[in-house]
Design a protein around this ligand. Sequence first.
Ligand code: EPZ
Length: 440
Amino acid sequence: MRQEQGGSRSYKEAVMEKLIISGGTALRGTVHISGSKNACLPILAATVLTPDKCTIRNVPDLADVRAMCAILKWIGVQVKHDRKAGVIETKAENVVGVAPYDLVRKMRASVCLLGPLLARLRSCKVSMPGGCIIGNRPIDQHIKGLMRLGAEIVMEAGYVNARCTELVGTDVFMGGRFGSTVTGTANVLMAAALAKGVTIIECAACEPEIEDLAIFMNKMGAHIKGAGSPTMEVEGVPELHGADHTIIPDRIEAGTFMVAAALTGGDIEIKGACATHLGAVRDKLEESGVNVQRTNGTIRVSGGATRRPFDVTTMPYPGFPTDMQAQMCALMSLTPGISVVTEKIYPNRFMHLSEMARLGADVALESNTAIIKGVNRLSGAPVMASDLRASAGLVLAGLAAEGETDVKRIYHLDRGYEHIDQKLRNLGASVERVEEEDNG
Ligand code: EPZ
């Protein structure tokens, strides 16, 4: 059994960098969307379900993807990551069933290893993910689902200790206080694939990332039906084999660039995105008066016209994504009238508001509702990123602000956006990545 501390295996800490943004330029041109982070992470975890080689393509070059690769290597998976080509090859011939705190704490989605390790090894020990700045994120539904399949689970010393003689298919209801759970559904789906008999997952997450995971697993020989709907049927199989899969595009990255066009009064062609995954975002942009066109696989967004105030309530897919909430707050801050955001997935996910207020946004917060009164202008200032999507919201606000905005701690941004500063520069933005003077 390997040492848990992982010694020299822990990966390099991020160098503190910031973005210096000179705002006020209308963004124009074409942007190509990268592969989806939130599809890629559970799919990489699913490669542990087979000893065979898997090839994953259209992999975005992100800190979170590299973190998942580090954990896979730690548990014994052979991983070849061609970051330039966006291809990862894995071979999980001999794996150990321990995902250590030191690695899991850096990337919550590594909890997705629980289902596949349990199904493959019949026993595993995965660190609890711990706290998160965007709010309380328990894994009770993950645990409930795996126990329904026959796992014995003991939480001890910060770890989920799971074991079973065998997993047996049954009905599993995956609805929690805030509705369905994305990675919870992923964990139960991956465990059910190697269980005896049929599992019916009810109140399953319908996110495109879950559908993509199911498509990959069916290529591995799994029998999954109903992916993308609230009810999935999984007929367990004795074993799975290797597969080759191309990850779907990142709908949140695409949504972020759609808002960038609207907020800067620009005109951007978004290539490589899947428009059907962006229905709720498109609907809200159009409601506020933004022009959105879909032609031959391209989404074209042009701002400029006077916008109208609008309301957003975050919901599980296909409702409005919580991961686009901060970006919409930035748009609302410069939209005439009073707009309202109700955050129903992470009620406290508003760290970005006080930073946007530093740029001159007129915001008020009542429990899980933000009331945003549009102002005529924002003025650049130093702001601090607190999490991945908050940092995207601050970058967008900085692009529309007069003068210079410094967005600090952009390691948050690099977790989920591939080369975003380069992509923005290609659209005409004045964005510079520099090392922070101090680590304040
Ligand atoms: C996924 O997180 C995404 N992460 C998140 O994106 C996204 O915000 C979230 O889904 C919601 O859309 C990945 O896919 C890697 P949940 P996940 O379980 O699966 C509660 C980003 O910015 N809940 O669907 O962790 C939970 O607290 C990230 O890319 C329970 O109560 O989210 C939340 O309120 C941030 N018990 C709600 O359900 C549970 O056992 C939805 O959480 C599980 C969840």
